[in-house]
Design a protein around this ligand. Structure first.
Ligand code: CP
Length: 338
């Protein structure tokens, strides 16, 4: 299901003077905003080495985690990010909430707003749900998309961009391959938008015909159905899992066949540049899209991605709060750390 928006997300998520006030999509974001997120994240990475892993930028703010779909990495790193910014954090257990008694999504949110919430972090199975919420919340409340249907997962894409910049430097001359179930991947779409925005020209999507939509070409990616050709001399390879929960039957002959053709083994990794990095947003399925020795090998940065996710989410939360303050004409208490 897709909820039809009244305003394009890239307009809705920015203030009149171009600051981030919600974070719904990487589509349409300027290079300067994308770079600001990465630079601000850089200022937060050292915090976990401090004796007290906190800065006061969101002190007094209330952040509500609303996860209508399962999550390990995104939910916990958003919670840690908000706590490291000194916010109060509420984790709503959706299965135990009054939505099970028929309460609508917006009634639930307006009740949470009545408790003086400042930010909703939303993961939802329906594409467009965070956008819909951002159109209906009280103006000072920020909405952050933590993954909606097949549409977008913008903070995952930005922690991936942070990881790429950390290991490879500038984006302009990189070759990046995204491999697997592209059709059902909100991560792939957000990555392609972010890579394009940051200046990467050579973006490749690789997978079986049933799992790579032709619309990826419109977004600026080249389509490959063969790993040897698609991985040839790439700097970065990003593996994706098969999203069986979003698939109709018949898209794959078998997992075994998928692994044989598209699973990242040491043999296939050798098609990439020798110093290529291996990424995966998680959760990984060993022996389905990636071989254990590659997932845990010297070129893998998969667990670094998870760690960088905290700093990137701190950056997004603090920028959105700052944008909301600016939109309301209030003084900003969330300037970057010194
Ligand atoms: N990458 C990602 O979204 O993982 P989770 O589903 O565990 O949040």
């Amino acid at each position: 299901m897709t909820l039809a928006p009244a305003n394009p997300a890239h307009q809705l998520q920015l203030t009149e003077d171009g600051q981030l006030k919600h974070f719904l999509t990487t589509e349409g974001l300027s290079k300067s905003i994308l770079t600001e997120i990465l630079d601000r994240a850089e200022s937060f990475v050292g915090i976990e080495k401090q004796a007290v892993k906190k800065v006061p930028l969101l002190r007094g703010k209330t952040v509500v985690n609303l996860f209508f779909e399962a999550s390990t990495r995104t939910r916990t790193t958003f919670e840690l990010a908000a706590k490291r910014l000194s916010a109060d954090v509420l984790n709503i257990n959706i299965s135990q909430s009054a939505t099970s008694k028929g309460e609508s999504l917006m009634d639930m949110l307006w009740n949470l707003e009545a408790m003086a919430s400042d930010m909703f972090i939303v993961r939802h199975q329906n594409s467009g749900a965070p956008h819909f919420i951002a159109e209906h919340v009280t103006p000072h409340v920020a909405v952050i998309n933590a993954g909606d249907g097949r549409h977008a997962h913008p903070t995952q894409a930005m922690l991936d961009m942070y990881t790429i910049r950390k290991h490879k430097g500038a984006f302009e001359n990189l070759s990046v391959a995204i491999v697997g179930d592209i059709t059902h991947s909100r991560v792939a779409r957000s990555q392609v938008h972010a890579l394009r925005g940051l200046g990467t020209e050579d973006i490749r999507v690789i997978g079986p015909k049933t799992l790579v939509p032709s619309s990826m070409e419109t977004l600026g990616a080249k389509i490959y159905h063969n790993m040897e050709q698609g991985l040839s001399d790439v700097d970065v390879v990003i593996m994706l899992r098969l999203q069986k929960e979003r698939m109709n039957s018949g898209l794959l002959p078998s997992e075994h066949e998928f692994y044989r053709l598209y699973g990242l083994t040491e043999e296939k990794l050798a098609f990439c540049k020798p110093d290529a990095i291996v990424m995966h947003p998680g959760p990984i399925n060993r022996g389905v899209e990636i071989e254990t020795s590659v997932a845990d090998g010297p070129q893998s940065v998969i667990l670094k991605q998870v760690n960088y996710g905290i700093a990137v989410r701190m950056a997004v939360l603090s920028m959105a709060m700052s944008g909301q303050a600016s939109a309301a004409g209030l003084s900003d208490t969330t300037e970057g750390v010194e």
